[in-house]
Design a protein around this ligand. Structure first.
Ligand code: AMP
Length: 118
């Protein structure tokens, strides 16, 4: 038996999170430790560990996740300025091994994005 990932446990409502959007393929939550005034995570229900582990059969899901990024950007009024980050692998800063896309935006702040990495 494989252990459920942190994000699967959030989807199963075992761990609380602020859910901003959900559909049959993914959820979007607020990051618990935001690195910008807006910091959301787009997470597929399917627990693909890393982007590099996605296979050909996952192409439609990956496209859907990108569409959801645009959709929540419009919903939360950040469509004109946001960054999208995927950390792939521990050496790249990945800490939760369940694919997720970070959406970062400086809405409501005068700061501009620096070159700082997530
Ligand atoms: P990464 O380092 O790319 O794997 O990103 C994992 C992200 O998950 C980090 O930005 C964490 O702050 C975030 N995170 C960890 N636990 C939670 C949680 N319980 N709810 C929401 N976000 C979380």
């Amino acid at each position: 038996m494989t252990t459920a990932t942190l994000f699967t446990r959030i989807m199963n409502k075992e761990i609380p999170a602020e859910i901003l959007y959900e559909d049959d393929l993914c959820i979007v939550i607020n990051d618990i430790a935001p690195q910008a005034p807006v910091h959301m995570l787009v997470i597929p229900r399917q627990p693909i560990p890393r982007l590099a582990d996605a296979c050909q059969a996952d192409r439609e899901l990956l496209g859907h996740l990108m569409w959801v990024v645009g959709e929540v950007a419009r919903l939360y009024d950040i469509e004109d300025a946001f960054r999208l980050v995927v950390n792939n692998g521990a050496d790249a800063g990945q800490t939760v091994f369940h694919l997720h896309l970070h959406i970062l935006a400086n809405k409501g702040s005068d700061e501009t994005f620096s070159e700082a990495t997530l």
